[in-house]
Design a protein around this ligand. Structure first.
Ligand code: CMX
Length: 133
């Protein structure tokens, strides 16, 4: 597959309002978008660092994957997302190389991207997202 860049780094937080001031007031970044992804039961806040984004993830339900993550591991880095040219082909390649897919087909994520997750059990314990514009 052809990965052109890290698209974003996802960080699990309990509460966006509490988390955002560190990124804005200390790191001097600007939150340019807050968006709810109902499908994933999260509210997201985005910051740009050059070409790469930081995505803060606040769970909107106890059923959210992010709520379960925080309960088990606490707040912190949740996933890394790579931008690929062709998501369908990238997923087929991953599957053919024995990687367990969480999403067998692309779906819509935040910021209108097509996204799919790979299971951390087959990616060295790093929850990995592939995304395509
Ligand atoms: N990073 C690394 N490992 C993780 C993880 C994460 N973010 N989340 C869970 N795990 C680990 C668990 O600790 C567990 O490890 P152990 O068996 O060693 O304890 C293992 O993965 C499996 O966990 P599980 O209990 O079987 O499954 P969960 O119900 O916790 O689900 C996962 C895990 C990855 C399948 C689920 O979180 C998922 O489908 N994630 C993809 C979707 C997602 O994360 N959405 C939120 C972000 C959406 C967005 O960015 O818009």
């Amino acid at each position: 597959m052809n990965i052109s860049q890290i698209e974003h780094i996802g960080i699990a937080v309990k509460d966006l309002k509490t988390a955002i001031p560190y990124y804005e007031d200390v790191l001097g970044l600007k939150c340019y978008n807050i968006e709810e992804v109902a499908d994933q039961k999260v509210k997201t806040a985005f910051f740009k660092v050059g070409e790469v984004k930081i995505e803060l993830l606040e769970p909107t339900s106890e059923e959210s994957a992010v709520a379960k993550f925080i309960e088990k591991k606490g707040e912190g880095v949740h996933h890394i997302a790579f931008r690929v040219d062709n998501l369908v082909d990238a997923l087929a390649e991953c599957e053919s190389k024995g990687v367990q897919l969480i999403d067998k087909a692309p779906r819509k994520g935040a910021e209108g991207l097509n996204i799919a997750f790979l299971h951390p059990k087959s990616t060295g314990s790093v929850l990995t997202e592939l995304c395509e514009e």
